[in-house]
Ligand binder design. Structure first.
Ligand SMILES: C[S@@+](CC[C@H](N)C(=O)[O-])C[C@H]1O[C@@H](n2cnc3c(N)ncnc32)[C@H](O)[C@@H]1O
Length: 522
């Protein structure tokens, strides 16, 4: 042990590590604040991924009704695990219910947002963008802990989803959650299985009552001991372990214990009929784990692990299920699993999985987006930026990445492009989901309307910007300009007056004088 460091635990089974307790405390204390800059969320909570999930979900319901005599009067529950902010849920529901309407699909689909953090649930219950779904009976909420709970109590309907109670197959969605809940760690060498026990050290000043104060900069290492394959009480899990002992030549792997505990619950709720869609960084194939040394913990406020999608696949296969894993990617992967109803008998679903996840998935989209975002190349044209916005599914976050360029170029752009950006504003505005730490999206969309001469829409957006992000010069000043060009001189005067205390360049004062004199002469 190095000087100034304290051993917090020594050679502990990974799933029993105090790190998981610290992780739980982190999310419990932070609630939705976890997303204001520390825990990454954009990659799994954007309109691109939401649209792909919605397309698979609607085809799944459609296929079940057409080919499997599912009951259109009984609910199809779509349960999202470890929901977090709710940005993904909002966008997925938008697309899902729009698609249902477009297809005239008669089915009772109920989306259930879950998390183990009560403050997240309160945030969703109050969120103006989620209320319409609740009011229409399309959305419910539950406090659900993947590692502990055996049933789900729905907050709105009061119903309890417990073993055998769910009539139709259940859909389970898990983004950035299987990497967050507990794993055990193993290693295989020449057919011998080893358990990898974790030891954790922290700087003295980062320790309080035996727990780390911050999860950053912990020193974690694994030590291996040979074990037999009947490690768990659950024979199904031991079957997965023995498969690794037989097939992995030499390498470490994680056993997704927390995730599998939860899947056992959903298997039991639904009588073994389930669709699982999960997105995370992860391994799909054995060869990706071959030769790997010990698993790495990645710290970013909380910590995460690389998910063993392959092991989840083995679980489904043992239960005679089907697996559609995403091919090798150096990004997040989206993997889909079914049990109880073969994927071969769900033709539309299979097609949607292939095109939406496997051919060009959410991870591919994010890689492209990040690359364009980070290229500060002024040669990237407005046309390319518009294409990037369209590919994103009109994401307010993507607009905020490029807004200075858009504003600088748009006044010089062709009429066609100006109209296209003003139309894009409608789509982008519909995707705004406010949460702590987000940029002033309403203001950005207001700028697009403003530039396109759509003053009433711009005024509404600037007013919403004031409500969400507080008073500032640019909102009042732009409200003044839009009111003026919309021929509301009295309104313009009021807004310029309000801008004056924030004005350092006397622009608002000049405008106020101009509007006053126009009003007087009128
Ligand atoms: C890394 S965040 C992912 C959030 C969101 N799904 C996303 O893609 O951005 C993990 C979320 O899972 C929740 N969580 C962590 N452990 C959990 C558990 N055992 N049961 C239920 N939720 C859990 C946290 O509160 C947090 O909201």
């Amino acid at each position: 042990m190095s000087a100034g460091r304290r051993v917090l635990e020594k050679e502990v089974r990974f799933s029993h590590s105090l790190l998981w307790k610290a992780q739980r405390q982190y999310f419990d204390e932070k609630g939705v604040e976890a997303w204001s800059g520390t825990v990454p969320f954009f990659i799994t909570s954007n309109p691109f991924i939401a649209k792909r999930y919605a397309e698979v979900l609607i085809r799944w319901v459609q296929d079940l009704l057409q080919h499997h005599q599912a009951d259109p009067h009984a609910p199809f529950y779509v349960v999202e695990l470890g929901t977090g902010s709710g940005r993904f849920s909002f966008m997925t529901m938008r697309y899902l219910f729009e698609l249902q309407k477009a297809l005239s699909l008669k089915a009772k689909i109920i989306y259930v947002m879950t998390d183990f953090t009560a403050s997240n649930l309160s945030f969703w219950q109050e969120h103006e963008k989620l209320k319409p779904f609740v009011d229409q009976g399309l959305l419910d909420f539950a406090i659900y802990d993947l590692e502990e709970d055996l049933s789900l109590k729905l907050e709105v309907s009061g119903q309890i989803l417990k073993s055998g109670e769910v009539k139709n197959p259940i859909a389970v969605l898990g983004n950035y959650i299987f990497d967050t809940v507990s794993d055990d760690a193993f290693y295989v060498k020449d057919g011998q299985l080893f358990e990898s026990l974790i030891s954790v050290e922290a700087e003295e000043e980062n320790v309080q009552e035996g727990m780390p104060l911050s999860l950053e900069n912990l020193n974690c290492r694994f030590t291996r001991y040979p074990i037999a394959v009947d490690y768990y009480d659950n024979p199904l899990w031991n079957e997965i372990l023995s498969l690794y002992a037989k097939t992995l030549k030499n390498g470490s792997f994680l056993f997704p214990l927390g995730g599998l505990k939860s899947l056992e619950v959903f298997r039991s709720l639904s009588g073994g009929k389930m669709l699982l869609i999960a997105t995370d960084k992860g391994y799909s194939f054995l060869h990706e784990m071959e030769g790997k040394e010990d698993s790495k913990l990645v710290f970013h406020g909380s910590f995460s692990m690389t998910v063993n999608f392959h092991a989840i696949g083995e679980y489904f296969k043992i239960l005679k299920g089907d697996v559609a894993l995403q091919n090798e990617r150096d990004s997040i992967k989206t993997c889909t699993y079914t049990m109880g109803v073969s994927l071969e008998t769900l033709p539309e679903t299979k097609q949607a999985i292939q095109s939406g996840f496997q051919n060009f998935g959410p991870g591919d989209y994010f890689s492209l987006h990040r690359n364009i975002r980070e290229m500060k190349d002024p040669a990237i044209s407005l046309t390319t930026l518009l294409a990037q916005l369209a590919l994103s599914g009109w994401d307010p976050y993507v607009l905020s990445c490029f807004i200075p360029r858009v504003l600088a170029e748009l006044p010089k752009a062709s009429k066609l492009l100006q109209i296209a950006f003003a139309k894009a504003a409608d789509e982008i505005k519909a995707n705004i989901y406010l949460m702590p730490g987000v940029e002033d999206y309403y203001f950005n969309v207001g700028l697009l309307y403003h530039n396109g001469g759509r003053y009433p829409e711009a005024i509404e957006c600037y007013q919403q910007s004031l409500a969400s992000h507080g008073e500032k010069f640019s909102s009042y000043y732009n409200l003044g300009l839009c009111s003026y060009f919309h021929k509301d001189l009295q309104g313009a005067l009021e807004y310029f007056k309000k801008a004056i205390p924030f004005d350092t360049e006397r622009r608002a004062k000049e405008w106020m004088n101009k509007v006053s004199s126009e009003l007087n002469s009128a």
